[in-house]
Design a protein around this ligand. Structure first.
Ligand code: ADP
Ligand code: MG
Ligand code: ZN
Length: 482
């Protein structure tokens, strides 16, 4: 029997908390970490008679994200009630958008290895977050904290267009970067302000129809995303190859056990009895406002990557590395502008950042800590460009800056590392070296060309490596007439 090739199919639902000061339908603060149940009011606690008022800033951010993802922004969208019971939902329903979401039909492009994937953004809609149940270990009780109740979320739903756990995590990293670049979200997976559910199914390679999917919850790190999806793909294949059938269900990733376990059978949309919220009028946005928001969009990672290739002459590889994280890109741009002409030094600065800085740093997508500030890289390269420092010395200076926090100029001064490019000064040293080695000089003149290197080496030794090698070469060639 030949093994059947299975194709994984993945679609993501990302919940991104929008960076507003107040909640989606009331004036309560969205601040994380406040004492339980202090950021609450009759509206977000669902007291009878309290009426919601939509937060303009949340709508603005939702439009901004939609435009950045190439979505069509609906001039009229509708808030709907999603009804269900859970202790962290005091109203008994969540205000969301259902049939008419604010953003639709966008696309996110990702590169994974040699594959470029266009992942559809089916929709992105505004909704309010629920509260949090707090389970105590000391006593057999659960508590409810409603501080998060009513905090604005944008739920971004992709098409079932991803084909591996790697593609899913790449998409998430990319989306997170875009949201952060837009100032829409703080990208904090641990605090739950950027969360993701992954829908996973498998089908026989070549099949057109989609297989039965499960929805994975509780994945709050990029590592979990990959592990949970890989594990779920393997589990589904094992069930199908064993002759079993899959159930559409919601599963949760248990990192300690390294497996997904059933949470509940999947509810259908019908179970939620969605209907337009009678307390909220349709959300009508002025097309002029949409255009104003579009005009104010910042440069996004993909555009920045293209600019690095086109105007700075970087390789696609370097441009990709430098734009895959907002903080790396900003680091690079500051280094570029420090101590020299940004347009003329793209490649050397990219080399510094890609090799010396990222190579030396255990760079984590979530927590970039660089050993030196970007200005240091820019200044170092400036010293090299002006012939004041050799590239070899510059590497040593960087290590010293990283270890001590000193500026390059100071390390160079104190270490006596300044490169000597002064022709008259080097000529004097060269003449002395030549005069001290009459035998080698005679051999060189007699045709032993290799000895030229010997003289260069002697001059470098005499200057403790500080001579500019190019100048030494030129002066010696002239003196020795070779
Ligand atoms: P629901 O809102 O009930 O979770 P949706 O139809 O809106 O269902 O789909 C949610 C997500 O699941 C989307 O990202 C979609 O791409 C993905 N999805 C739907 N069907 C499948 C499938 N068979 N395999 C993998 N992903 C799927
Ligand atoms: Mg879902
Ligand atoms: Zn409130």
């Amino acid at each position: 029997m030949t093994a059947i090739a299975w194709e994984p199919v993945i679609g993501l639902e990302v919940h991104a908390q929008l960076l507003t000061a107040s909640k989606l339908f009331c004036g309560c603060s969205t601040r994380f970490g406040a004492a339980p149940n202090t950021n609450v009011c009759p509206v977000c606690l669902g007291m009878p008679g309290a009426l919601p008022v939509t937060n303009r800033k949340a709508v603005q951010i939702a439009i901004r994200v939609g435009l950045a993802l190439g979505c069509t922004v609906r001039p009229t969208s509708v808030f709907a009630r999603k009804n269900y019971f859970y202790p962290d939902l005091p109203k008994g329903y969540q205000i969301s958008q259902y049939e008419l979401p604010i953003d639709e039909h966008g696309v996110i492009e990702i590169d994974v290895g040699d594959v470029r994937r266009r992942v559809r953004v089916v929709r992105a809609h505004l909704e309010e977050d629920a509260g949090k149940n707090v389970h105590l270990e000391s006593r057999p009780v659960s508590l409810v904290d409603c501080n998060r109740t009513g905090v604005p979320l944008l739920e971004i739903v992709t098409g079932p267009d991803l084909r591996s756990a790697q593609e899913a995590s790449t998409l998430l990293e990319h989306l997170r970067e875009i949201l952060m670049a837009l100032g829409a979200n703080d990208g904090n997976l641990e605090e739950g302000s950027f969360r993701c559910d992954a829908n996973v199914s498998v089908r026989r390679a070549g099949d057109e129809t989609l297989g039965t999917r499960t929805e994975l919850k509780n994945i709050n790190s990029f590592k979990f995303v990959r592990n949970a999806i890989d594990h779920e793909i393997a589990r589904q294949i094992a069930v199908l190859e064993g002759g079993g059938t899959l159930r559409q269900e919601t599963r949760t990733w248990n990192d300690a056990r390294g497996e997904t376990t059933v949470l509940r059978t999947k509810e259908e949309a019908d179970d939620y009895r969605y209907f337009p919220d009678p307390d909220l009028p349709p959300l009508v946005v002025d097309p002029a406002w949409i255009e104003e928001i579009r005009a104010g969009l910042p440069e996004l990672p993909a555009a920045r990557r293209a600019r690095f290739v086109e105007t700075l002459g970087l390789s696609t590889h370097d441009a990709g590395v430098l734009t895959s994280h907002q903080r790396v890109a900003e680091y690079f741009e500051v280094a570029l502008a420090s101590g020299g002409d940004p347009l003329a030094r793209g490649k050397p600065i990219a080399n510094w950042v890609v090799n010396a800085v990222l190579g030396a740093t255990a760079f984590d997508a979530l927590d970039a800590r660089f050993p030196v500030p970007p200005e240091t890289i820019g200044e170092l390269q400036g010293l090299v460009e002006r012939g004041e420092l050799s590239l070899t010395s510059a590497r040593k200076v960087l290590d010293e800056c990283a270890a001590t926090g000193a500026t390059p100029a100071r390390v160079v001064e104190e270490g006596g590392l300044r490169q000597v490019s002064d022709v008259a000064a080097l000529e004097a040293v060269c003449q002395k070296v030549v005069a001290e080695h009459p035998r080698e000089l005679a051999e060189l003149r007699g045709g032993k060309d290799k000895l030229f290197g010997f003289f260069v080496g002697q001059v470098m030794r005499a200057t403790k490596g500080q001579a500019n090698p190019q100048v030494v070469n030129d002066v010696l060639r002239r003196l020795l007439q070779t």
